[in-house]
Design a protein around this ligand. Structure first.
Ligand code: AKG
Length: 466
């Protein structure tokens, strides 16, 4: 029986849509959309393609051939993914060039950390709609998971960012999945054509087995209804994405993707205030699973909670403490930016500006998650303690604050500030009556929620200090 396809993904011209409309219609409603008109001046389109729009594989091989990348064999399955192995880009392209025009490719280059490896080569600029990206902004300055054995085993680049290039001949594909951390993703076709099949998060349980452990791998193979009894009830959205089009994939939507032509795409995973709760909810589910898995050693384990957290990080890329550290630093940075805005704004109603509203929304959503975290976990016997004063002295934090300022200036005012970033932080906090925050120490989610409340009370609720 074929798939029950009930609709298509909407297509809009990105040049005719404001950021606020995108945020309200698609980020907030968690709805997929294809956006056109945003890739015209990308260098990747000029350098990586021939005039007829087909990929110039010789250029890519001669310019970036030494890069080590992961290649998936689309014809063989390994657990929940395709079998992957390492190759150089040159080896991958050699293989691709040997395919005859009639042959379908099986090798698919995935998750190439192109920006990280070639920062000097600006292949593209991230469109405004996808700039409010806390994940990559943070990873540009900090590691998500610092000092555990599992992290050291990974190579330097593997979890350094979530900005990727994908390249595959016609016929290559990606099995059914939802994205890492339940992040959003965007994927731009530099050339080629992709077919996407989407299942909404409300239907997610229908592609799982009775124990909710394994999900369907390929929606086009014979799905065994004794294992996946509800698969026949699923309803799908379909989308054909052409070259120069960017698709927005919302949080928690399962999707399977097929390259209908030789295709090169650029994609990012990201999260922000709109989908932070998705990230936390998934982490909690993964944590419970990691705990259940080793429940039988609980009584003989000295540090059972520590082992659970280590396994959680090994399985997913971060644990509660990593996420909490991230949340605290990110909240600090938003408070700094809000006080900077209050101080530098000439107008008395600075609070109603788009940037101020965005920063306030960020802090409120971080507070909501801190409250959720407080209700569920984060034992007291851990060694997290971040004090505002010391974080302000971290060079990486200074850079994070500056990048945050640039991000919202680009999104809301369409310009990026220059100027000396080192001047403002401490003095401005003192000027804004936030001196108390400098000695604040955050050890648990409750401290974080209180700190955010205090900052918002001082900056937003109190009479204007300007
Ligand atoms: O393009 C592909 O093959 C898969 C991309 C994907 O799953 C994503 O961007 O979330």
């Amino acid at each position: 029986m074929g798939l029950n396809i009930v609709g298509f993904v909407e297509k809009v011209n990105g040049n005719e849509m404001s950021y606020t409309t995108f945020a309200e219609k698609y980020l907030s409603n968690n709805k997929p959309v294809v956006i056109t008109g945003l890739m015209a001046d990308w260098r990747a389109r000029k350098d990586w393609l021939f005039d007829d729009g087909t990929p110039n594989l010789h250029f890519i091989s001669s310019s970036f051939g030494n890069s080590k990348v992961q290649v998936a064999d689309c014809g063989s399955r390994e657990y929940t993914d395709q079998k992957r192995f390492d190759m150089t880009v040159a080896e991958f392209i050699d293989h691709w060039l040997k395919l005859s025009s009639m042959e379908h490719g099986n090798l698919y280059l995935k998750d190439w950390h192109f920006v990280k490896e070639h920062p000097e080569y600006t292949a593209y600029t991230t469109p405004q709609f996808f700039r409010d990206d806390w994940l990559n902004l943070y990873l540009d300055h900090y590691h998500m998971h610092e000092d555990c054995d599992t992290y050291r085993k990974r190579d330097n680049v593997s979890c350094s960012d979530y900005r990727f290039v994908y390249m595959g001949a016609k016929g290559t594909w990606t099995p059914l999945h939802a994205d890492v951390f339940r992040s959003y993703s965007w994927s731009a076709n530099v050339c080629g054509k992709k077919k996407w099949y989407f299942l909404s998060p409300e239907q997610r349980h229908l592609v799982f087995d009775r124990n909710m452990k394994n999900s369907v791998y390929d929606i086009f193979e014979e799905v065994d209804d004794t294992i996946f009894p509800n698969f026949t009830k699923t309803i799908w959205l379909e989308c054909t994405q052409d070259q120069n089009e960017i698709i927005f994939v919302p949080s928690g939507w399962y999707h399977q993707v097929h390259n209908l032509e030789d295709t090169i795409s650029i994609n990012h995973n990201w999260f922000n205030a709109y989908n932070l709760s998705w990230v936390w909810d998934l982490m909690l589910t993964d944590y419970k699973e990691a705990r259940e898995y080793i429940e039988d050693i609980k009584d003989i384990c000295d540090d059972f909670e520590g082992v659970c957290q280590r396994n959680l990080a090994a399985n997913t890329g971060m644990n509660f403490y990593d996420f909490f550290n991230f949340m605290v630093r990110f909240s600090f940075a938003n408070i700094v930016q809000l006080s900077h805005l209050a101080k530098s704004s000439a107008s008395a109603d600075w609070r109603s500006s788009y940037t101020a509203q965005n920063l306030i929304f960020n802090l409120e959503s971080a507070k909501d998650i801190a409250i959720k975290m407080k209700l569920t976990c984060l034992s007291e016997n851990h060694n997290i303690s971040l004090d505002f004063g010391s974080v302000l002295e971290e060079p990486a934090f200074l850079e994070l604050c500056f990048q945050l300022e640039r991000t919202y200036a680009f999104i809301h005012d369409k310009h990026e500030p220059t100027g000396d970033k080192k001047n403002f932080l401490m003095d401005e906090l003192l000027d804004m009556g936030l001196g108390k925050l400098l000695s604040a120490v955050v050890c648990n989610p409750e401290n974080l929620a209180t700190l955010i409340d205090d900052a918002l009370l001082n900056l937003v609720m109190s009479p204007n200090k300007i």
